[in-house]
Design a protein around this ligand. Structure first.
Ligand SMILES: [Zn+2]
Ligand SMILES: [Zn+2]
Length: 235
């Protein structure tokens, strides 16, 4: 049986346990799987309740007895004359169930997690396994790049030109980053071990990429300053 599990980037980073709701076919509790309403089961008229039929074939002087499963009742020996209202005679119903699944740290998008014994019960035997495909939710701040995380840090032109100290969010919380004077747009700072778990152990980095925020909706005074800036710095 297959399903899907949606996880947060934080859960991928640190691992965890998640509860998912799955729909599966289970034995109808109303009729215990017989498919019949109370008193709606009759002894099969074709086989008399034995579940099999015997034919005698005459092959000249030989008589051969052939035993086959009763077609009328499918070998059960009973037939449903009044079907169960809850399962409409199928003997099985769809049930929603909450299942706990362990999220291994560093799991990839599209990976399949197996939950033992939480699949559907077949005609016979123990229930099978449940297979859940991992879907990682988009994070508002971070983009996953392999075992690294990418964060876009917006700076004003003065911040980038003069240098500053800024707060940068991480999956754990936040950290401070010193921006040296003359930092260019697109420059990437690496904050070690604040990324995702690596398959070989350890953690990737948080890549902080600088983007220069261009001001919009300018007042007349701001426009004047920008023209002055242009005159002093040239184009
Ligand atoms: Zn039923
Ligand atoms: Zn029968």
């Amino acid at each position: 049986m297959v399903g899907e599990v949606e996880v947060e980037l934080e859960e991928v980073a640190f691992g965890g346990e998640k509860e998912v709701e799955v729909e599966r076919m289970e034995e109808c509790p109303s009729c215990s799987g017989s498919g019949a309403a109370p008193g709606g089961l009759r002894i099969c008229g074709s086989c008399g309740g034995s579940g099999w039929r015997e034919f005698t074939r005459n092959l000249g002087t030989l008589f051969t007895s052939v035993r086959t499963s009763c077609r009328a009742c499918g070998g059960v020996g009973k037939v449903v004359v009044k079907p169960c209202g809850e399962c409409r005679g199928s003997g099985r119903v769809v049930r929603k169930k909450r299942v706990r699944v362990r999220i291994p740290p560093g799991v990839e998008e599209g990976s399949v997690l197996r939950v033992r014994g939480e699949g559907e019960r077949g005609e016979r035997g123990p229930p099978g396994d449940l297979y859940l495909t991992v879907k990682i939710k988009k994070h508002p701040l971070f983009e996953r790049v392999g075992s690294d995380l990418l964060y876009e840090l917006p700076l004003t032109l003065p911040q980038a030109a003069l240098g500053c100290t800024v707060e940068v969010p991480t999956l754990r919380g936040k950290t401070t980053l010193r921006i040296p004077p003359g930092t260019q747009c697109g420059h990437i700072f690496r904050i070690r071990r604040e990324g995702m778990p690596r398959p070989e152990g350890g953690r990737g980095d948080l890549q902080v990429r600088v983007v220069i925020r261009v001001p919009t909706h300018l007042t007349e005074e701001q426009k004047r300053y920008l023209r002055e800036y242009e005159r002093i710095f040239g184009s």
